[in-house]
Every structure is written in structure tokens, then in C-alpha cells.
Write a protein that binds this ligand. Sequence first.
Ligand SMILES: [Cu+2]
Length: 138
Amino acid sequence: MKIAAAIRKKLGVILSTLLLVVVSFALSATPAAADSHVVKMGSDSGQLKFVPESITVSPGDTVRWEMNKLAPHNAVFDATGIPNKSATLAKELSKDKLLFSPGESAEVTIPEDAPAGTYSYYCQPHRGAGMVGKLVVE
Ligand SMILES: [Cu+2]
């Protein structure tokens, strides 16, 4: 009965592997999956805008600003424009490095302790032209 024992052993390995896959999938799927959001800098039609101008995000989500048209752009938050008026959080969220080439991008992860509310940001070179955006943190 050597063969039967070998088969049983193999079956055991297969079953435990299967169990491991199922369990690890269940564990990784449990916390609300973080979303990633993309905001274009400069509209396709050539306007000085963030597209979309307002997005709704959750803590843990990532936001990626992508250079599109009419460079240069950046995305800057001020303490006055965020719910808890924290200069530290504003700095943490800001991507003040200017982006020039289409496809260049800057990404930020919304901190888990970011308070809910509306966060306003702007592009430093084009703030006067109305290039402002909003993140609504839920
Ligand atoms: Cu700009």
C-alpha cells in the first residue's frame, strides 16, 4: 500500500495548500480595500484645472496627481484649507515639486488619522487662474 500512502500524502499537501490560499485571501480581503484615485493636472481640452476637481476618498486611499497638460503643476495644501488646520498634515499631503512632463506623477496616501471633511488644495503656479481642487475625506 505504498502507492495509497503516497497519494494520501500528496492529497494532504494539496488540501493544506488550498486552505492556506483560502485563508490568506480571506485575511487580505477583510480590511476595506484601499482605493487609488488619479487626478489629471491640466484638462485634456487644455484648461488649467484638476480633473476631476473634487474627489471623495477614505483614509488609506492613495491619490496620484498626473501631469497632463499646460505644465508645470503641483498640488499644495495649506493648513487653512484643511479640516483640523494642521500645518503638519498639510505638509504631509502636499506635493510641491513641480511636474513638467506628461506622465510624471506624485502620489500621496491619505493618513489613517486624517479627519473627515473637505481638503482644498491648489497648483502654486496657477492658483490665480483657478487651478484648485478638493479632496473630500470620508
Ligand atoms: Cu498648474
